[in-house]
Design a protein around this ligand. Structure first.
Ligand code: GLA
Length: 504
């Protein structure tokens, strides 16, 4: 197809962008394996992985080249066991089949030192439940992650944020009491009767459990932190069965607020080292809002991801909704992301979620459909951890349509592990380009303006030449061959994402 035709094709595709509200086609009845094609785990550790797959159940799963220490449940697609004791890269092939057909997919299990070779995906309670969170909230979220299809697209971590601990000085009988036992071991508040039972419940679905604490004596919300109990607390979380720790600076301010790199790194270096010595894989998410250019040293102190900004839920709307200003800061840091080392621009706030300032009950997002598709496109292209933080009990069709697009998630989870380069950012538009493992390029054209506009990126701007096959990942549609440039007519705050094939 020549350029004129290709341009016309793209224009037609782009005009459809404004019309149909649901962009992601529904998954069909045939098995379709999703999820990362590369996965890091440490040797000799417990391993748990639920193979993400859509299609009519019952499905029958199998895997070739699975080591003897790992077992696959053929009905659920859950792999469990222990990773091999020596570093190795295992090239496993997953297969799934049902009465409509079959699918297969490569899964490279890299047994070694690195975790989170692709950005972690999951849900975090903060922006919906705040200090109202209970054991039941987490169980319901795990149920919903499995039942809604999110897990079939790769969402995996069910994470508690702040407020599961005792709150010293609280008058609330559910939250007060001794924060630690006589041996110094941390206690939960009464809303969490049994952490081990909770993680077992989450693990039984093949999902993973995340927890939160602060290096300070108190967390941001005034609950018991890890200060001077770091070793014991990390061990406790490992024994309880947690798979991820968000470590939130907050209360540490009172201990040491010296603005040097060394002082800022100290609590994270300490926890990073402790977590590495635990007998299970625990992903470390640094939360210190981007101080001292954390993206330059977050990985060196043991983190797999680090918040690059303040709280997204507190970001003030300018002309644009708050998530854009967070994205603009995060997008500029593209050179620092790598496998096992991700810039974290905070959670995905769509669907129903609360107002962080007042810790309010969840309300429906005010964002337009275009803005929500732009949000997910930004997070996917920026190789950001994909954590939804809206209400799992009010997941509607639209929210799931934004969250569960296998090709967008495929771009986010691409094994090359690069964040999109910021090609252009003006008042009115933005262009991001993410190199992919197959030699292709994922490109996002964003209209930041208040009126309908054409957004373009020349192949020169994108650093490519020749002819490329283009695909619209949002709609799972081939767009033909393009050359010279990409162009899309976009509604205000809308986006077009293109997946370009490798050059010849
Ligand atoms: C800070 C963090 C948030 C959340 C709250 C909990 O504000 O940045 O993500 O964890 O603390 O109190």
């Amino acid at each position: 197809m020549g350029f004129r035709q290709a341009g016309l094709f793209l224009l037609l595709a782009a005009s459809a962008f404004a019309q149909d509200e649901l962009w992601t086609p529904k998954p069909g009845p045939r098995p379709q394996l999703n999820g990362p094609t590369i996965y890091g785990a440490r040797p000799g550790h417990p391993f748990l992985y639920r193979i993400p797959c859509t299609g009519e159940r019952p499905l029958r799963f199998s895997a070739s080249n699975l080591p003897a220490s790992l077992k696959l449940d053929a009905e659920t697609g859950i792999i469990s066991g222990t990773t091999p004791s020596a570093p190795a890269t295992l090239r496993i092939t997953f297969k799934a089949q049902n009465r409509h057909g079959r699918d297969s997919r490569l899964f490279r299990l890299v047994v070694g030192d690195k975790l989170a070779l692709t950005p972690p995906m999951g849900w975090n309670h903060w922006y919906t439940h705040y200090d109202r969170v209970t054991d039941r909230t987490l169980r319901n979220a795990a149920d919903a992650m499995a039942a809604s299809g999110m897990a079939d697209h790769g969402y995996q971590y069910v994470s508690i944020d702040d407020c599961w601990m005792v709150k010293p000085g609280s008058t609330d009988p559910e939250l007060n009491g001794p924060a630690r036992d006589s041996a110094g071991r941390q206690l939960t508040n009464r809303r969490f009767p049994d952490m081990q039972a909770l993680t077992s419940y989450i693990h039984a679905k093949g999902l993973k459990a995340g927890i939160y604490t602060s290096p300070g004596p108190l967390t941001c919300a005034g609950f018991e932190g890890a200060w001077q109990h770091e070793e014991l607390d990390a061990r406790t979380y490992a024994e309880w069965g947690f798979d991820l720790l968000k470590y939130d600076w907050c209360g540490y301010r009172k201990i040491d607020n010296t603005p040097t790199d060394e002082a800022r790194q100290k609590p994270y270096r300490l926890m990073g080292g402790i977590l590495k010595r635990q007998p299970r894989d625990i992903v470390l998410n640094l939360c210190q809002y981007g101080m001292n250019d954390v993206w330059k040293w977050g990985a060196a102190v043991g983190g797999q991801s680090w918040r690059t900004t303040g709280d997204l839920g507190l970001a003030k709307d300018t002309r644009l909704p708050g998530f854009y200003s967070i994205a603009f800061k995060n997008a500029a840091l593209w050179e620092y992301a790598a496998p096992g080392a991700w810039n974290d621009p905070d959670y995905i706030l769509i669907g129903w979620y609360g107002n962080a300032r007042g810790m309010q009950q969840p309300r429906k997002a005010k964002l337009t459909a275009d803005e929500q598709y732009s949000y997910m496109s930004l997070w996917s292209l920026m190789a950001s951890p994909l954590f939804f933080s809206g209400d799992m009990e009010k997941l509607d069709e639209f929210t799931l349509n934004v969250l569960c697009n296998r090709e967008l998630i495929g771009i986010n989870q691409d094994a090359l592990g690069r964040q999109a380069r910021l090609v252009r950012k003006t008042e009115n538009d933005m262009v991001l380009a993410k190199p992919l493992e197959d030699g292709g390029l994922a490109v996002g054209l964003f209209n930041l303006g208040e009126s309908k506009a054409a957004v373009e990126a020349s192949f020169g701007d994108l650093g490519i030449g020749g002819k490329r096959k283009a695909r619209d990942p949002w709609r799972y549609r081939d767009l033909g061959t393009v050359e010279d440039k990409l162009r899309a007519e976009l509604a205000p705050h809308s986006v077009a994402v293109f997946r370009l094939s490798a050059g010849r």
